[in-house]
Structure formats: structure tokens, C-alpha cells
Design a protein around this ligand. Structure first.
Ligand code: ATP
Ligand code: MG
Length: 414
């Protein structure tokens, strides 16, 4: 894409009403636009990041047998009343229509998915089932001060699984946990799985997936020897204790952000909706359910918090809006021609490129924008680089670039 075609521009100043680094950088760089506290629109560059995060999650959920659907977000009140959530879930947005009918906005979708799956599962042979969606969620959060990490509207992947027995649930639960750890790694993050209390309706096992960052709202303890990790809120351990799991390492305290979690829901919802199916011996049984959430917009914020530097954002290649930021400097015709040619070649080879083809913008401004926007590779074409026999290629994370001969650039990037 040509930067002259991109309708957004970078801003010099931080927004005045944002405390968090992720919101400051993303707004300055033109990735997101704030509508009100906790509600953001995603602009071309931000939208591309979200689509990449989404693609990674979709691949990993499909790989473990998840079937993608998309559910309504405007809900009738009845299923919410049936499960008791209408009165008990404090973040639920409730709407009254002009005919005084009541509705809810989806904050999680057990109330919608359970009756859907119920309609198609008659026998134990129809199980297991795992369905997921990637879509908007609405929550009446009291505090929304962490930028896109805590929204009143946000993007979530929510998966729900239905099983015939506890063993089958446990099998799938472990597979889902591994898939989660893998997808965070693919996004350039290190996530730790805490064992948590399990929410309001069950005392069963649950995992929270935590990424260490000072911008996070959770306090965790983690072992410096093994993978053990716990939320301070629920843990019997404290900082400096010997790890209760490996009995060797020491527990350290840190701030972290919850980028996903998975719950054993037991039969809570199958009971609420009287969801039964026939077993092999002809009797009636209620499925065991699990739910599996990931906050996509929160992940985007966490990536910015965890990886950016004092110059701007640093996107991992897997989620960057473009792999390459191509900068043409000065107004020499040869430079322009070379830049145009490389731009075409990169596109032909399927390498995503943002081309800073703006005229009348200083070199310094172009460099600053490239650092702020944070593409993994910067390629500069200038009279100087041409004299040195090629393009200057710099990784966003490197201090200095190197000259790459014209003919080697594509193969280098591949
Ligand atoms: P938190 O404790 O941070 O409020 P939660 O326990 O309410 O999270 P879930 O209801 O399980 O979270 O939602 C699944 C995932 O959705 C969370 O792990 C998180 O990544 C994301 N998430 C939850 N609330 C928000 C929010 N208000 N804004 C953005 N992402 C969110
Ligand atoms: Mg919450």
C-alpha cells in the first residue's frame, strides 16, 4: 500500500485523555480511533493487525477441531433469565426497546450457544462438539483505563465444547491448553498458564493465560524453575516461597495481563437449558461443557505494551500490518524509479509492503514514522544507498541497517 493512499496520518502529540502506553502509541500512529472510554474503532493499519491475530487463532482452533460460527450479539433476555445471569452478571448491558421488550448485548455466549448445539445433539454419537466464533463483546466495565486492553466493546474469540464424559472433556481441555500456548508464541508473546479458582459458578479447574507486563491488571506469582504460575488472588503462596509444584524454584511476583482463559463449566448450562441426549444404554444424560476465551483486542494492546520501545511500536512479523516499510528519500528520479520497481516486485512476490512515497516530507519525519508504525523491516532507498550499491535494510529491532545489493533484497526477505 502507498502511504499517500493511506487516509490516516501520524500525530506528534500523545492524546491527552489516555494513560496507557498502548492507547497513546496506537492513537498517535493512527491504528485506532477513540470513540469514548473503553470503545475504539480500528483503522486500516489496526484492522490489519487484528485480522492477523484472528487468522492465527482461527488456524489453531480449526486444528483442534473447532467449528467456526458467528452468533448474534443482540440477545433476547429469556435465556439470560433462565441461567440467572440477567440478575447476577454485573457487566451485562441490558437494553429496553421502544416496545418495552428487554434485550441483552453479548458479553459471553453460553446462553446462546447451548440452545443452538442442543438442537442438533440427540445421541452420545453426536458428541464431542466444539464451536467457536470471533466477534464483538460488550461489557459494562466500571473502569476502562487500560486503553484497548480493557474495553466496553472488544473483540473476543469464544469457543464452547460439549462432551459425553469427564475423561473426554479432560482430553480436549489439555489439547486446548496446548493450542493456546502455541498461538501466543506465534504472536511473539510468552504466556504462562495459571491455575485459577474457576469463576463464580464452579470450583472446577480453570487456566488463565498471562503475559507479564506492567500494564496488566493482575498480580501473579511464577516459579523461576518450572512452568508453575498462580494468580495472587487465589494462591496460598507468596513472593519468595519455594514453588509448591517443583519444590525447587522460588516464586517471583509480577504484574500480568490475562490474554485468555479456559473453564470447566461442568453441567451448569446443560442443566439450565435441560439439554439431554441418549446414551448407549438408552438412558438420558446431560453434556459436560467447557468454555475457552481469548481477547483479541487485548492481545493487540499487550503486544504493544510488551514489545514497543521509546521510538514506537515493534510488531512481531506474524501480526505486523505490513512486513516491510519502504522509504524513498529525496527527490532524485533514479531513487524514485528504483523505489517504484522494488515496490512492484515486493507485491508480485507477495511480500506485504507499506511504501512511503510521500513528497515534501523530511527524511527525519519518514524515519520517525517508520519507527512509530513499527513494521519489522525498513528498506531505505536514497542517493547514498544507491551509491553504495543497493538498498539499506534495517530490522526494527536493530540499531543499524546494512546495504543489500538490489538483486538480493527479495531473496533476503523471503
Ligand atoms: P478480566 O479478569 O481481565 O476482566 P475476565 O475473567 O472477565 O477477564 P473472560 O470473561 O473469561 O475474562 O473473557 C475472556 C478473555 O477476554 C479474557 O481472558 C481477556 O483476554 C478478554 N477480556 C475480558 N474482558 C475484556 C475487556 N473488558 N476488554 C478487552 N478484553 C477483555
Ligand atoms: Mg472481566
Amino acid at each position: 500500500m502507498r502511504q499517500t493512499q493511506l487516509f490516516t496520518k501520524t500525530k506528534r502529540e500523545d492524546p491527552k485523555d489516555e494513560m496507557s502506553k498502548n492507547a497513546k502509541l496506537l492513537i498517535r500512529a493512527g491504528f485506532v480511533h477513540k470513540e469514548m472510554a473503553g470503545v475504539y474503532s480500528y483503522l486500516p493499519l489496526g484492522w490489519r493487525v487484528l485480522r492477523k491475530i484472528e487468522a492465527i487463532i482461527r488456524e489453531e482452533m480449526n486444528a483442534i477441531g473447532g467449528q467456526e460460527i458467528t452468533m448474534a450479539t443482540l440477545h433476547p433476555s429469556e435465556p439470560w433469565k433462565q441461567t440467572g445471569a440477567w440478575d447476577n452478571v454485573d457487566v451485562l448491558f441490558k437494553i429496553q426497546s421502544r416496545t418495552e421488550k428487554e434485550y441483552a448485548l453479548g458479553q459471553s455466549e453460553e446462553e446462546i450457544v447451548t440452545p443452538i448445539v442442543q438442537e442438533y445433539v440427540d445421541s452420545y454419537k453426536d458428541l464431542p462438539v466444539a464451536v467457536y466464533q470471533i466477534g464483538q463483546k460488550y461489557r459494562d466495565e466500571l473502569r476502562a483505563k487500560s486503553g484497548i486492553m480493557r474495553g466496553r466493546e472488544f473483540l473476543m474469540k469464544d469457543m464452547y465444547s460439549f462432551h459425553d464424559n469427564q475423561e473426554d472433556f479432560d482430553r480436549f481441555y489439555q489439547i486446548a491448553k496446548e493450542a493456546y500456548l502455541k498461538l501466543y508464541t506465534r504472536m511473539g508473546l510468552v504466556a504462562k498458564a495459571t491455575e485459577a479458582s474457576g469463576g463464580s459458578f464452579t470450583t472446577k479447574l480453570s487456566y488463565e493465560f498471562m503475559v507479564l507486563t506492567d500494564a496488566g491488571e493482575d498480580d501473579i506469582l511464577y516459579c523461576n524453575e518450572c512452568t508453575h504460575c498462580a494468580n495472587v488472588e487465589v494462591s496460598k503462596q507468596k513472593e519468595g516461597d519455594t514453588c509448591e509444584k517443583c519444590e525447587k524454584g522460588t516464586m517471583s511476583a509480577a504484574k500480568a495481563s490475562e490474554v485468555g482463559n479456559i473453564f470447566d463449566l461442568g453441567q451448569k448450562y446443560s442443566k439450565d437449558f435441560n439439554f439431554t441426549y441418549k446414551t448407549a444404554d438408552g438412558s438420558e444424560k446431560q453434556p459436560i461443557m467447557g468454555c475457552y476465551g481469548i481477547g483479541l483486542t487485548r492481545l493487540m494492546g499487550v503486544i504493544v505494551e510488551a514489545l514497543s520501545d521509546d521510538k514506537g511500536i515493534v510488531w512481531p512479523e506474524s501480526v505486523a500490518p505490513f512486513k516491510v516499510h519502504l522509504l524513498a528519500l529525496g527527490d532524485s528520479e533514479v531513487v524514485k524509479m528504483r523505489a517504484e520497481k522494488l515496490y512492484m516486485e515486493l507485491q508480485e512476490t507477495g511480500i506485504e509492503v507499506l511504501f512511503d512515497d510521500r513528497a515534501g516530507v523530511s527524511n527525519g519525519e519518514k524515519f520517525n514514522d517508520a519507527d512509530l508504525l513499527g513494521m519489522p523491516y525498513r528498506i531505505v532507498i536514497s542517493e547514498r544507498s544507491l551509491k553504495e550499491g543497493g538498498f539499506e535494510l534495517k530490522k526494527r529491532t536493530a540499531d543499524k541497517g546494512e546495504i543489500i545489493p538490489f538483486e538480493s533484497v527479495i531473496s533476503f526477505l523471503k
